[in-house]
Write a protein that binds this ligand. Structure first.
Ligand SMILES: C[S@@+](CC[C@H](N)C(=O)[O-])C[C@H]1O[C@@H](n2cnc3c(N)ncnc32)[C@H](O)[C@@H]1O
Length: 287
C-alpha cells in the first residue's frame, strides 16, 4: 500500500517529502502541492503540465496479465529476483524494510514475486499507465503504486532505493543515480536479438534491434556503469495460439499491426509453437 512507501515518496515539482492528509485521500508536500490518492489505491505524481503519454492501454495490460499469469516467463522472474537479492546483500545488509523501485512495473508480476521472496522488503511500482497502476496497487500488500513518467523527475527522495528493477521498460540513468542509495544497483532486463523470433515473420511484428544493450550502456555513461558482464537468459516456451495472441497483445507490436490482421495471422499458426525467450540481464551501479 502507498502508506508503506510514503517515507520515500517526493513531490514531483520540487522533491520535498510528502505526507498523507484527509484520511490518506491526498498526499501533500511541505511546499503545499497536493496529489489525490485514487480509490483504487494508486497516486499520480506529475508536476507542471501533467503526463505526456498514456503508456500501456487497458487491452495491453489485460494481455500482459493473461500471458504472465501462465508462468511462461518464470525464468525471467526468477533471475530478476535472484539479482535483487544479491544487490540487497550489499546495499541493505542491516535494513529491515529495504525499498525496491520497479520502473515501468506493468501489472506488478515481477515486483510482487521479489517482495514475496525478500522478507520485509517494500516496493515502489512506478508506471505511466493508469490501467497498469490499478493492477499494481493490488499486486502485493507491500507495493505502493505510483503513476509517473520515468523520463521526468522520479518522485522519490534522493538516496532512497536500495535496488531498482527495469524489465522491458524505459530507463532514466541520471534519475536512477539520484534515487539509489550508495551501494545500490539497477537490475535491467532487456530483450535480446532472437527474442520471440519464431513469431516475427508469420505475424509481421517488430524485431529487437542490433546493439540494444550497448546503446543502453552508452546512454548511461557518466551516471551508471555496468557491474560485470550481462547474463544471457534464454529458454524455449511451448505457446498455444491464445498465449501467442496475449504475448503480441502486450507488446509494442500491438500498436503496429491492425488487430484484425493479427488475429488472422495468429489463426494461421500451428496449434502449438516453440518460441524462444531471450534477454540480457545486467547490473548497473553509480558511476
Ligand atoms: C513492455 S511493458 C513491461 C511491463 C513490466 N515490466 C513487465 O515486464 O511485465 C513497459 C511498461 O512501461 C510503461 N512505460 C512506458 N513508458 C513509460 C514512462 N515514460 N514512464 C513510466 N512507465 C512507462 C508501460 O506503461 C508498460 O507498463
Amino acid at each position: 500500500m502507498l502508506k508503506d512507501i510514503l517515507d520515500v515518496l517526493a513531490d514531483p515539482v520540487d522533491l520535498s517529502p510528502l505526507r498523507g492528509a484527509d484520511d490518506f485521500s491526498r498526499l501533500v508536500s511541505e511546499t503545499g502541492h497536493s496529489y489525490d490518492v485514487a480509490r483504487q489505491g494508486y497516486v499520480t505524481l506529475a508536476g507542471g503540465k501533467g503526463l505526456n503519454h498514456d503508456g500501456d492501454s487497458p487491452e495491453m495490460v489485460q494481455s500482459r496479465e493473461a500471458f504472465l499469469s501462465q508462468g511462461y516467463f518464470a525464468p525471467f522472474v526468477e533471475a530478476v529476483t535472484e539479482a535483487v537479492e544479491d544487490v540487497l546483500e550489499v546495499s541493505a545488509p542491516d535494513v529491515a524494510e529495504p525499498v525496491i523501485l520497479e520502473v515501468g512495473a506493468g501489472t506488478g508480476y515481477y515486483l510482487s514475486h521479489t517482495l514475496d521472496t525478500v522478507d520485509g522488503s517494500r516496493g515502489v511500482g512506478l508506471d505511466i499507465s493508469v490501467p497498469a497502476a490499478k493492477h499494481l496497487a493490488k499486486s502485493h500488500p507491500r507495493v505502493g503504486a505510483v503513476v509517473a513518467d520515468v523520463w521526468e523527475r522520479i518522485p522519490l527522495i534522493d538516496g532512497s532505493a536500495h535496488a531498482i528493477t527495469v524489465i522491458f521498460a524505459p530507463r532514466n540513468p541520471a534519475e536512477f543515480r539520484r534515487v539509489l542509495v550508495d551501494g545500490g544497483e539497477a537490475v535491467i532486463l532487456t530483450a535480446d536479438q532472437g527474442h520471440l523470433d519464431e513469431l516475427r515473420e508469420p505475424l509481421g511484428i517488430l524485431g529487437v534491434e542490433e546493439g540494444k544493450l550497448e546503446r543502453m550502456l552508452e546512454q548511461a555513461q557518466g551516471y551508471l556503469e555496468p557491474v560485470g558482464d550481462a547474463e544471457l537468459i534464454e529458454f524455449p516456451m511451448q505457446l498455444e495460439r491464445e498465449a501467442i495472441a496475449a504475448q503480441v497483445g502486450m507488446s509494442p507490436s500491438a500498436r503496429h499491426v491492425d488487430p484484425a490482421t493479427l488475429q488472422e495471422r495468429v489463426a494461421a499458426l500451428p496449434e502449438r509453437l516453440e518460441v524462444t525467450a531471450r534477454a540480457q540481464l545486467i547490473h548497473l551501479r553509480k558511476a
